[in-house]
Design a binder for this molecule. Sequence first.
Ligand code: FS2
Ligand code: SF4
Length: 548
Amino acid sequence: MFCFQCQETAKNQGCTIKGVCGKPETTADLQDLLIFVCKGIAVYAEALKQQGPVDKDAGRFLCQALFTTITNVAWADDAIIARIEEALEVRGRLKSRLGDNVPDNLPECATWTPRDRSDLQSKAQSETVRITAAQNQDVRSLRELLIIGCKGIAAYADHAAVLGHEKEEIYGFLMEALASTTSDLSTDDMVAMVLKAGEFAVTTMALLDEANTKAYGNPEITEVNIGVRGNPGILISGHDLKDMEELLKQTEGTGVDVYTHGEMLPANYYPAFKKYEHFVGNYGGSWWQQASEFESFNGPILMTTNCLVPLKADSTYLGRLYTTGVVSYPGAAHIPERVAGGAKDFSALVAQAKNCSAPVEIETGSIVGGFAHNQVLALADKVVEAVKSGAIKRFVVMAGCDGRQKSRSYYTEVAENLPKDTIILTAGCAKYRYNKLNLGDIGGIPRVLDAGQCNDSYSLAVIALKLKEVFGLDDINELPVSYDIAWYEQKAVAVLLALLALGVKGIRLGPTLPAFLSPNVAKVLVENFGIKPIGTVEDDINAMLAGQ
Ligand code: FS2
Ligand code: SF4
């Protein structure tokens, strides 16, 4: 195996024996094979674009397939094999649609066909489907940066599609990008494709924002309870708001409470969900703490997307762990997809919850969130006044992901040590490093403004662009805003590319720079966008306050 797509990759070089995340070699190889066949789909889909509109079914499939390979999503090899088999069918369908117009000189990813499952498994172990098949370090780096960014775009597009919002141009770009990795582009063309991914990341996040807010209203300032009640509960994690909606509806009046975990915390901010009396609040912290929190929760756990981590040898919650959507785990019950016009069936969780004890209380109190763009813009007068009066000197965007590495205490320390006249703008699970610190407020504006999930990072761009407009600036970089982004998985890479596409310069990225950036590619990002690694807490705070 070879995988270097997340921040925790072995030695910040690549996982080659087993993933630091726990991903076994067989699973990693199958994920590579799935991407390989997706490239084949993209080759045919690109050819079909010459004849007519984008094949939307293929686009939808590509999104789910790419999402399947994101860190901490799919752990069940059977589920990945089923998706590879579906990919082969999709590829075959596109090829037939081309009829006599199948291109010449097709790459192997478009022609390889297994005779049976064992053929498929042996191909998964072949060097030709691995990331390392690209021998040149810079070519590999640019292709993988593109594919990793596309994984993030695909996840956001899939979330939007679940809510009925799709854009053919996004599917079209994913096809173009994947197909491009099968030909020998010049370095400049590969760099251009990566930058184009940033533009499509913006388009896709805007679409998802529209999908979420049209379905569930605009997030609003909310005090979220982090304690528990005495009823049994269901814990829902991941990012899928449609699953959240259906779970709340199906648990109403059953005596079973609902709690969010990890990245589902921002569901508490939506008006459509707040109305449910049995929606109690949020339980626990970020994804990597789930082993103990899922244990003490006592009730069923529904994983709608990442991050699901492998259970420990002494974990007892497998029998109450449920996956759905692209998530899978060996031995966990999987809730099937909704049929068109219908809802998923969560009755098994409700029935099981009734026989479970109430969650053990692990903390009490509340946290405040709900500062997506609409809510912040509603406070715009107050914010602008505070900036003009000097009450707010600087905004620090500390969005992104959390992770297990000890070095991530940097983000807690930055939050603790930033002067009291600074505001932290956040989104994603990175916030768990400082969202319970009680950092106070500036004239009623909390010092930590949580816009929501990593999926809601678009809000932070909207806020920055609005401030630029209000202050009459020509360049987004003239704002008193610094970016100190934490990354872990591939959606954060899409967010990073989106920020670059919006012209943001001087982003700090940590806790380490991605292993998939070769020295030359990293140099391009440094020279053109001023991306830099994090330093010490003190140095970085001083630099950010000085606008560097
Ligand atoms: Fe956090 Fe994990 Fe949101 Fe990422 S819950 S790191 O995959 O999606 O941010
Ligand atoms: Fe390693 Fe991350 Fe890949 Fe897991 S997802 S195998 S930790 S690089």
